[in-house]
Design a protein around this ligand. Structure first.
Ligand SMILES: Cc1cc2nc3c(=O)[nH]c(=O)nc-3n(C[C@H](O)[C@H](O)[C@H](O)COP(=O)(O)OP(=O)(O)OC[C@H]3O[C@@H](n4cnc5c(N)ncnc54)[C@H](O)[C@@H]3O)c2cc1C
Length: 390
Protein backbone atom coordinates (compact mmCIF):
# COMPACT_ATOMS: atom_id res chain seq x y z
CA UNK A 1 0.00 0.00 0.00
CA UNK A 2 1.17 3.53 -0.85
CA UNK A 3 1.08 6.42 1.56
CA UNK A 4 0.42 9.00 -1.19
CA UNK A 5 -1.03 8.68 -4.68
CA UNK A 6 -1.26 11.71 -6.93
CA UNK A 7 -3.65 11.35 -9.86
CA UNK A 8 -2.29 13.56 -12.67
CA UNK A 9 1.39 14.23 -13.33
CA UNK A 10 1.16 17.77 -14.72
CA UNK A 11 2.30 21.06 -13.19
CA UNK A 12 -0.01 20.57 -10.20
CA UNK A 13 0.85 16.95 -9.48
CA UNK A 14 4.61 17.36 -9.89
CA UNK A 15 4.63 20.48 -7.70
CA UNK A 16 2.96 18.51 -4.93
CA UNK A 17 5.34 15.59 -5.45
CA UNK A 18 8.28 17.96 -5.10
CA UNK A 19 6.84 19.40 -1.85
CA UNK A 20 6.05 15.95 -0.42
CA UNK A 21 9.54 14.64 -1.19
CA UNK A 22 11.62 17.73 -0.40
CA UNK A 23 9.68 19.38 2.38
CA UNK A 24 7.77 16.58 3.99
CA UNK A 25 10.42 13.90 3.59
CA UNK A 26 8.03 11.33 2.15
CA UNK A 27 10.16 8.41 0.87
CA UNK A 28 9.84 7.94 -2.90
CA UNK A 29 8.67 4.30 -2.44
CA UNK A 30 5.61 5.60 -0.59
CA UNK A 31 4.48 7.78 -3.49
CA UNK A 32 2.85 6.95 -6.84
CA UNK A 33 1.93 9.43 -9.55
CA UNK A 34 -0.60 8.08 -12.03
CA UNK A 35 -0.85 9.73 -15.44
CA UNK A 36 -1.58 8.41 -18.95
CA UNK A 37 1.55 9.96 -20.47
CA UNK A 38 5.00 8.42 -20.67
CA UNK A 39 6.66 11.28 -18.82
CA UNK A 40 5.80 13.94 -16.22
CA UNK A 41 4.55 17.35 -17.43
CA UNK A 42 3.56 16.02 -20.87
CA UNK A 43 0.51 18.29 -21.24
CA UNK A 44 2.46 21.36 -20.14
CA UNK A 45 5.22 20.66 -22.65
CA UNK A 46 2.74 19.88 -25.41
CA UNK A 47 0.63 23.02 -24.88
CA UNK A 48 3.53 25.44 -24.50
CA UNK A 49 5.25 23.98 -27.58
CA UNK A 50 2.09 24.22 -29.67
CA UNK A 51 1.77 27.96 -29.13
CA UNK A 52 5.51 28.58 -29.51
CA UNK A 53 5.75 30.19 -26.07
CA UNK A 54 9.26 31.40 -25.28
CA UNK A 55 8.75 33.08 -21.87
CA UNK A 56 6.27 32.25 -19.14
CA UNK A 57 3.54 34.71 -18.31
CA UNK A 58 4.17 34.23 -14.59
CA UNK A 59 7.14 35.55 -12.55
CA UNK A 60 10.36 33.75 -11.64
CA UNK A 61 9.19 32.78 -8.15
CA UNK A 62 6.46 30.59 -9.65
CA UNK A 63 8.01 27.20 -10.26
CA UNK A 64 7.77 23.67 -8.88
CA UNK A 65 10.39 23.74 -6.14
CA UNK A 66 9.37 24.75 -2.59
CA UNK A 67 12.13 27.39 -2.18
CA UNK A 68 10.75 30.59 -3.80
CA UNK A 69 14.12 31.58 -5.30
CA UNK A 70 14.98 28.04 -6.41
CA UNK A 71 14.63 28.84 -10.12
CA UNK A 72 16.84 31.93 -9.91
CA UNK A 73 19.46 30.00 -7.95
CA UNK A 74 19.34 27.24 -10.56
CA UNK A 75 19.87 29.78 -13.37
CA UNK A 76 22.82 31.32 -11.51
CA UNK A 77 24.39 27.93 -10.87
CA UNK A 78 24.03 27.02 -14.52
CA UNK A 79 25.42 30.38 -15.60
CA UNK A 80 22.29 31.06 -17.61
CA UNK A 81 21.64 34.56 -16.31
CA UNK A 82 23.32 36.27 -19.23
CA UNK A 83 21.22 34.47 -21.83
CA UNK A 84 18.07 36.49 -21.16
CA UNK A 85 16.97 33.87 -18.68
CA UNK A 86 14.44 36.28 -17.18
CA UNK A 87 12.66 39.20 -18.83
CA UNK A 88 10.75 42.15 -17.43
CA UNK A 89 8.20 42.81 -16.22
CA UNK A 90 8.29 40.59 -13.14
CA UNK A 91 11.38 38.60 -14.18
CA UNK A 92 9.46 36.07 -16.21
CA UNK A 93 11.56 32.97 -16.94
CA UNK A 94 12.46 31.58 -20.32
CA UNK A 95 10.43 28.44 -21.03
CA UNK A 96 13.56 26.39 -21.79
CA UNK A 97 15.07 27.38 -18.42
CA UNK A 98 11.82 26.64 -16.58
CA UNK A 99 11.61 23.21 -18.23
CA UNK A 100 15.26 22.47 -17.50
CA UNK A 101 14.64 23.32 -13.85
CA UNK A 102 11.61 20.98 -13.81
CA UNK A 103 13.74 18.18 -15.29
CA UNK A 104 16.39 18.85 -12.67
CA UNK A 105 13.81 18.52 -9.86
CA UNK A 106 12.34 15.36 -11.37
CA UNK A 107 15.79 13.80 -11.60
CA UNK A 108 16.97 15.05 -8.22
CA UNK A 109 13.94 13.59 -6.44
CA UNK A 110 13.87 10.46 -8.64
CA UNK A 111 10.23 11.24 -9.37
CA UNK A 112 10.16 8.84 -12.31
CA UNK A 113 10.48 5.97 -9.81
CA UNK A 114 6.99 6.83 -8.63
CA UNK A 115 5.54 7.14 -12.16
CA UNK A 116 2.68 4.80 -13.06
CA UNK A 117 1.59 5.23 -16.66
CA UNK A 118 -2.16 4.75 -16.77
CA UNK A 119 -5.55 6.39 -16.55
CA UNK A 120 -7.67 6.28 -13.41
CA UNK A 121 -11.32 5.40 -13.94
CA UNK A 122 -12.55 4.72 -10.42
CA UNK A 123 -11.93 5.63 -6.78
CA UNK A 124 -13.44 3.87 -3.77
CA UNK A 125 -13.02 4.23 -0.01
CA UNK A 126 -12.14 1.06 1.89
CA UNK A 127 -12.26 1.67 5.67
CA UNK A 128 -9.07 3.75 6.19
CA UNK A 129 -7.57 3.73 2.70
CA UNK A 130 -8.53 4.46 -0.90
CA UNK A 131 -8.63 2.01 -3.82
CA UNK A 132 -7.65 3.60 -7.11
CA UNK A 133 -8.87 1.75 -10.16
CA UNK A 134 -6.97 2.09 -13.45
CA UNK A 135 -8.34 1.49 -16.95
CA UNK A 136 -5.83 -1.37 -17.28
CA UNK A 137 -7.64 -3.20 -14.47
CA UNK A 138 -4.82 -2.57 -11.99
CA UNK A 139 -5.89 -1.38 -8.53
CA UNK A 140 -3.59 0.68 -6.29
CA UNK A 141 -4.30 1.18 -2.59
CA UNK A 142 -3.21 4.34 -0.81
CA UNK A 143 -3.80 6.12 2.46
CA UNK A 144 -3.82 9.60 0.89
CA UNK A 145 -5.05 10.46 -2.60
CA UNK A 146 -4.68 13.79 -4.38
CA UNK A 147 -6.71 14.66 -7.49
CA UNK A 148 -4.45 16.81 -9.67
CA UNK A 149 -6.18 16.44 -13.02
CA UNK A 150 -6.38 19.64 -15.04
CA UNK A 151 -8.77 20.93 -17.67
CA UNK A 152 -6.16 20.33 -20.40
CA UNK A 153 -8.06 17.37 -21.83
CA UNK A 154 -11.20 19.48 -22.45
CA UNK A 155 -10.43 21.83 -25.35
CA UNK A 156 -13.45 23.85 -26.52
CA UNK A 157 -14.73 23.05 -30.00
CA UNK A 158 -17.39 25.56 -31.12
CA UNK A 159 -20.38 24.09 -33.05
CA UNK A 160 -19.21 25.44 -36.42
CA UNK A 161 -15.92 23.59 -35.97
CA UNK A 162 -17.58 20.20 -35.45
CA UNK A 163 -19.54 20.47 -38.69
CA UNK A 164 -16.48 21.55 -40.69
CA UNK A 165 -14.52 18.64 -39.22
CA UNK A 166 -17.28 16.20 -40.18
CA UNK A 167 -17.16 17.50 -43.74
CA UNK A 168 -13.44 16.69 -43.88
CA UNK A 169 -11.98 20.19 -43.45
CA UNK A 170 -8.55 20.68 -41.93
CA UNK A 171 -9.54 22.01 -38.53
CA UNK A 172 -7.99 21.36 -35.15
CA UNK A 173 -7.73 22.75 -31.64
CA UNK A 174 -4.27 24.09 -30.90
CA UNK A 175 -4.02 21.77 -27.87
CA UNK A 176 -5.28 18.59 -29.63
CA UNK A 177 -2.85 15.71 -29.39
CA UNK A 178 -3.36 14.69 -33.02
CA UNK A 179 -2.79 17.29 -35.71
CA UNK A 180 -3.68 17.80 -39.37
CA UNK A 181 -0.66 18.50 -41.56
CA UNK A 182 -0.04 22.17 -42.35
CA UNK A 183 1.76 22.90 -45.59
CA UNK A 184 3.82 26.05 -46.12
CA UNK A 185 1.40 27.18 -48.83
CA UNK A 186 -1.72 26.88 -46.64
CA UNK A 187 -3.90 29.87 -45.91
CA UNK A 188 -4.57 29.53 -42.19
CA UNK A 189 -7.03 31.21 -39.84
CA UNK A 190 -6.46 31.14 -36.09
CA UNK A 191 -9.67 31.57 -34.08
CA UNK A 192 -9.15 33.13 -30.64
CA UNK A 193 -7.88 36.54 -29.55
CA UNK A 194 -6.34 35.53 -26.21
CA UNK A 195 -2.71 34.79 -25.45
CA UNK A 196 -2.68 31.34 -27.10
CA UNK A 197 -4.33 32.58 -30.30
CA UNK A 198 -1.92 35.49 -30.65
CA UNK A 199 1.14 33.34 -29.86
CA UNK A 200 -0.01 30.76 -32.42
CA UNK A 201 -0.63 33.36 -35.13
CA UNK A 202 2.82 34.89 -34.54
CA UNK A 203 4.48 31.47 -34.60
CA UNK A 204 2.74 30.49 -37.86
CA UNK A 205 3.51 33.85 -39.45
CA UNK A 206 7.19 32.82 -39.37
CA UNK A 207 6.50 29.42 -40.90
CA UNK A 208 3.92 30.04 -43.64
CA UNK A 209 4.15 31.81 -46.98
CA UNK A 210 0.74 33.50 -46.74
CA UNK A 211 -0.28 36.00 -44.07
CA UNK A 212 -2.05 34.37 -41.12
CA UNK A 213 -5.58 35.53 -40.32
CA UNK A 214 -6.32 35.98 -36.62
CA UNK A 215 -10.01 36.05 -35.76
CA UNK A 216 -11.06 37.47 -32.41
CA UNK A 217 -14.59 37.96 -31.12
CA UNK A 218 -13.53 40.97 -29.06
CA UNK A 219 -10.94 43.74 -29.34
CA UNK A 220 -7.62 42.60 -27.87
CA UNK A 221 -7.62 42.78 -24.06
CA UNK A 222 -4.21 43.74 -22.76
CA UNK A 223 -3.48 42.43 -19.25
CA UNK A 224 -0.12 41.37 -17.89
CA UNK A 225 -1.50 38.38 -15.96
CA UNK A 226 -4.57 36.22 -16.27
CA UNK A 227 -5.82 37.70 -12.99
CA UNK A 228 -4.81 40.73 -10.90
CA UNK A 229 -1.57 40.14 -8.90
CA UNK A 230 -3.56 41.01 -5.75
CA UNK A 231 -4.89 37.43 -5.99
CA UNK A 232 -1.41 36.07 -5.39
CA UNK A 233 -1.41 37.22 -1.79
CA UNK A 234 -3.70 37.82 1.15
CA UNK A 235 -4.94 41.16 -0.22
CA UNK A 236 -7.75 39.67 -2.30
CA UNK A 237 -7.72 36.13 -0.93
CA UNK A 238 -8.77 37.18 2.59
CA UNK A 239 -11.89 38.78 1.17
CA UNK A 240 -12.51 35.69 -1.01
CA UNK A 241 -12.15 33.22 1.87
CA UNK A 242 -14.48 35.27 4.06
CA UNK A 243 -17.27 34.49 1.59
CA UNK A 244 -19.11 31.48 2.90
CA UNK A 245 -21.38 31.45 -0.14
CA UNK A 246 -19.86 29.41 -2.95
CA UNK A 247 -22.08 31.27 -5.43
CA UNK A 248 -20.26 34.44 -4.41
CA UNK A 249 -16.87 32.74 -4.64
CA UNK A 250 -17.73 31.43 -8.09
CA UNK A 251 -18.73 34.89 -9.29
CA UNK A 252 -15.56 36.44 -7.78
CA UNK A 253 -13.47 33.89 -9.71
CA UNK A 254 -15.36 34.67 -12.90
CA UNK A 255 -14.90 38.42 -12.50
CA UNK A 256 -11.23 38.07 -11.56
CA UNK A 257 -10.14 36.01 -14.55
CA UNK A 258 -8.82 38.07 -17.42
CA UNK A 259 -10.13 35.57 -19.94
CA UNK A 260 -8.99 35.96 -23.51
CA UNK A 261 -6.32 38.49 -22.55
CA UNK A 262 -2.68 38.93 -23.56
CA UNK A 263 0.33 40.75 -22.09
CA UNK A 264 1.41 44.11 -23.54
CA UNK A 265 4.61 42.83 -25.15
CA UNK A 266 2.65 40.29 -27.22
CA UNK A 267 0.26 43.03 -28.34
CA UNK A 268 3.31 45.00 -29.50
CA UNK A 269 4.67 41.98 -31.38
CA UNK A 270 1.28 41.47 -32.99
CA UNK A 271 1.11 45.13 -34.08
CA UNK A 272 4.51 44.72 -35.71
CA UNK A 273 3.41 41.55 -37.51
CA UNK A 274 0.21 43.30 -38.65
CA UNK A 275 2.16 46.25 -40.02
CA UNK A 276 4.44 43.87 -41.94
CA UNK A 277 1.38 42.06 -43.37
CA UNK A 278 2.38 38.83 -41.68
CA UNK A 279 -0.81 38.67 -39.61
CA UNK A 280 -4.19 40.10 -40.45
CA UNK A 281 -6.43 40.53 -37.39
CA UNK A 282 -10.22 40.54 -37.72
CA UNK A 283 -12.65 41.39 -34.92
CA UNK A 284 -15.78 39.48 -35.86
CA UNK A 285 -17.84 36.34 -35.28
CA UNK A 286 -18.50 33.45 -37.61
CA UNK A 287 -22.07 33.36 -38.95
CA UNK A 288 -21.84 30.63 -41.61
CA UNK A 289 -19.40 28.05 -42.88
CA UNK A 290 -19.11 25.71 -45.83
CA UNK A 291 -16.47 23.39 -47.20
CA UNK A 292 -15.78 22.53 -50.84
CA UNK A 293 -12.18 21.41 -50.54
CA UNK A 294 -11.41 24.82 -49.06
CA UNK A 295 -12.92 26.30 -45.91
CA UNK A 296 -15.28 29.27 -46.40
CA UNK A 297 -16.31 31.40 -43.43
CA UNK A 298 -18.85 34.22 -43.53
CA UNK A 299 -18.71 36.66 -40.64
CA UNK A 300 -21.57 38.46 -38.92
CA UNK A 301 -20.90 41.72 -40.80
CA UNK A 302 -21.19 39.89 -44.15
CA UNK A 303 -17.45 39.82 -44.92
CA UNK A 304 -15.81 36.46 -45.55
CA UNK A 305 -12.60 34.43 -45.52
CA UNK A 306 -11.56 31.31 -47.35
CA UNK A 307 -8.54 29.13 -46.86
CA UNK A 308 -7.11 25.70 -46.14
CA UNK A 309 -6.99 25.34 -42.41
CA UNK A 310 -8.57 26.64 -39.20
CA UNK A 311 -6.80 26.39 -35.85
CA UNK A 312 -8.93 26.88 -32.76
CA UNK A 313 -7.34 28.69 -29.84
CA UNK A 314 -10.62 28.76 -27.98
CA UNK A 315 -9.48 27.63 -24.55
CA UNK A 316 -10.78 24.86 -22.32
CA UNK A 317 -14.27 23.91 -21.13
CA UNK A 318 -14.98 25.38 -17.72
CA UNK A 319 -16.69 22.25 -16.37
CA UNK A 320 -14.90 20.29 -13.64
CA UNK A 321 -12.50 17.68 -15.04
CA UNK A 322 -12.74 13.95 -14.34
CA UNK A 323 -16.49 13.81 -13.75
CA UNK A 324 -16.87 10.80 -16.08
CA UNK A 325 -15.39 8.65 -13.30
CA UNK A 326 -15.56 10.89 -10.21
CA UNK A 327 -19.38 11.12 -10.22
CA UNK A 328 -19.67 7.60 -8.82
CA UNK A 329 -17.21 8.40 -6.02
CA UNK A 330 -19.11 11.61 -5.26
CA UNK A 331 -22.35 9.65 -4.92
CA UNK A 332 -20.94 6.74 -2.93
CA UNK A 333 -18.86 8.87 -0.55
CA UNK A 334 -21.40 11.71 -0.30
CA UNK A 335 -18.83 14.28 -1.40
CA UNK A 336 -20.04 17.87 -1.57
CA UNK A 337 -20.02 19.91 -4.77
CA UNK A 338 -21.28 23.37 -5.61
CA UNK A 339 -24.00 23.72 -8.26
CA UNK A 340 -21.20 24.54 -10.74
CA UNK A 341 -20.03 20.95 -10.19
CA UNK A 342 -16.74 21.86 -8.47
CA UNK A 343 -15.75 20.27 -5.13
CA UNK A 344 -16.41 22.06 -1.87
CA UNK A 345 -13.37 21.25 0.25
CA UNK A 346 -11.78 22.35 3.51
CA UNK A 347 -10.19 25.77 2.79
CA UNK A 348 -7.19 25.07 5.02
CA UNK A 349 -6.33 21.53 3.97
CA UNK A 350 -8.02 21.10 0.55
CA UNK A 351 -9.45 17.86 1.92
CA UNK A 352 -12.66 16.74 0.19
CA UNK A 353 -13.15 13.63 2.28
CA UNK A 354 -10.85 11.99 4.81
CA UNK A 355 -7.40 11.76 3.15
CA UNK A 356 -8.77 12.73 -0.27
CA UNK A 357 -7.42 16.07 -1.53
CA UNK A 358 -7.82 18.26 -4.60
CA UNK A 359 -5.39 20.55 -6.40
CA UNK A 360 -5.49 22.86 -9.41
CA UNK A 361 -8.80 23.45 -11.17
CA UNK A 362 -10.68 21.17 -8.76
CA UNK A 363 -9.49 23.31 -5.81
CA UNK A 364 -10.52 26.68 -7.20
CA UNK A 365 -13.44 27.28 -4.84
CA UNK A 366 -10.84 27.38 -2.04
CA UNK A 367 -7.71 28.64 -3.83
CA UNK A 368 -9.37 31.33 -5.93
CA UNK A 369 -8.69 32.42 -9.51
CA UNK A 370 -5.00 31.43 -9.50
CA UNK A 371 -5.76 27.80 -8.55
CA UNK A 372 -4.95 26.44 -12.03
CA UNK A 373 -1.65 28.29 -12.33
CA UNK A 374 1.79 27.52 -10.97
CA UNK A 375 1.23 29.87 -8.04
CA UNK A 376 -1.97 27.94 -7.26
CA UNK A 377 -0.02 24.68 -7.35
CA UNK A 378 2.43 26.07 -4.78
CA UNK A 379 -0.33 27.41 -2.58
CA UNK A 380 -2.23 24.12 -2.75
CA UNK A 381 0.84 21.98 -2.08
CA UNK A 382 1.67 24.11 0.99
CA UNK A 383 -1.80 23.53 2.40
CA UNK A 384 -1.84 19.81 1.77
CA UNK A 385 1.54 19.16 3.36
CA UNK A 386 0.87 21.51 6.28
CA UNK A 387 -2.32 19.63 7.07
CA UNK A 388 -0.69 16.25 7.39
CA UNK A 389 1.62 14.82 9.94
CA UNK A 390 2.67 11.73 7.96
C1 LIG B 1 -0.05 27.42 -23.31
C2 LIG B 1 -0.18 27.61 -21.83
C3 LIG B 1 0.72 28.42 -21.16
C4 LIG B 1 0.61 28.60 -19.77
N1 LIG B 1 1.50 29.42 -19.15
C5 LIG B 1 1.43 29.58 -17.82
C6 LIG B 1 2.37 30.41 -17.13
O1 LIG B 1 3.24 31.03 -17.73
N2 LIG B 1 2.28 30.52 -15.77
C7 LIG B 1 1.31 29.86 -15.06
O2 LIG B 1 1.27 29.98 -13.83
N3 LIG B 1 0.39 29.08 -15.68
C8 LIG B 1 0.42 28.93 -17.04
N4 LIG B 1 -0.51 28.13 -17.66
C9 LIG B 1 -1.62 27.55 -16.87
C10 LIG B 1 -1.27 26.25 -16.11
O3 LIG B 1 -0.12 26.40 -15.32
C11 LIG B 1 -1.07 25.08 -17.06
O4 LIG B 1 -2.24 24.89 -17.81
C12 LIG B 1 -0.72 23.77 -16.33
O5 LIG B 1 -0.29 22.83 -17.29
C13 LIG B 1 -1.89 23.19 -15.55
O6 LIG B 1 -1.40 22.09 -14.86
P1 LIG B 1 -2.31 20.87 -14.40
O7 LIG B 1 -1.43 19.95 -13.65
O8 LIG B 1 -3.54 21.38 -13.76
O9 LIG B 1 -2.84 20.22 -15.75
P2 LIG B 1 -2.11 19.33 -16.86
O10 LIG B 1 -0.80 19.90 -17.23
O11 LIG B 1 -3.14 19.15 -17.92
O12 LIG B 1 -1.86 17.94 -16.11
C14 LIG B 1 -2.90 17.12 -15.66
C15 LIG B 1 -2.51 15.69 -15.95
O13 LIG B 1 -3.52 14.84 -15.42
C16 LIG B 1 -3.72 13.79 -16.33
N5 LIG B 1 -5.02 13.16 -16.11
C17 LIG B 1 -6.24 13.63 -16.44
N6 LIG B 1 -7.18 12.71 -16.13
C18 LIG B 1 -6.53 11.66 -15.58
C19 LIG B 1 -6.95 10.39 -15.08
N7 LIG B 1 -8.23 10.03 -15.07
N8 LIG B 1 -6.01 9.53 -14.60
C20 LIG B 1 -4.69 9.88 -14.58
N9 LIG B 1 -4.25 11.07 -15.06
C21 LIG B 1 -5.15 11.94 -15.55
C22 LIG B 1 -3.63 14.48 -17.68
O14 LIG B 1 -3.44 13.57 -18.74
C23 LIG B 1 -2.44 15.39 -17.45
O15 LIG B 1 -1.22 14.77 -17.77
C24 LIG B 1 -0.42 27.94 -19.04
C25 LIG B 1 -1.32 27.14 -19.73
C26 LIG B 1 -1.20 26.97 -21.10
C27 LIG B 1 -2.21 26.09 -21.80
Amino acid sequence: MKNWVIIGGGIQGITLASYLLAKKGVPIEQLSIIDPHEEPLAMWKHCTKQVGMSYLRSPSIHHLQPEPFGLEAFAKKKNLYKQQAFVPPYDRPKLSLFNEHCEHLIKDHQIKQSWVQGRVNGLKKNTDYWMIQLESGEVIASRHVVLAIGVGEQPIWPDFAYSLKEEGAKIEHIFDQTKCITSEEDRVLVAGGGISGVQTALKLSNELKNPVTLLTRHPFRVKQFDSHPGWLGPKYMRHFLKKKSYDQRRSLIKQARNRGSLPAELRTMLRRAESEDLVQSIVNEIAETYYDGRIHLTFQDGTSWYGDKVILATGFHPNPPGMDWLTQTIEEEHLTCHTCGYPIVDDHTLEWSENLFVLGALAELSLGPVARNISGARRGAERIIAAHSS
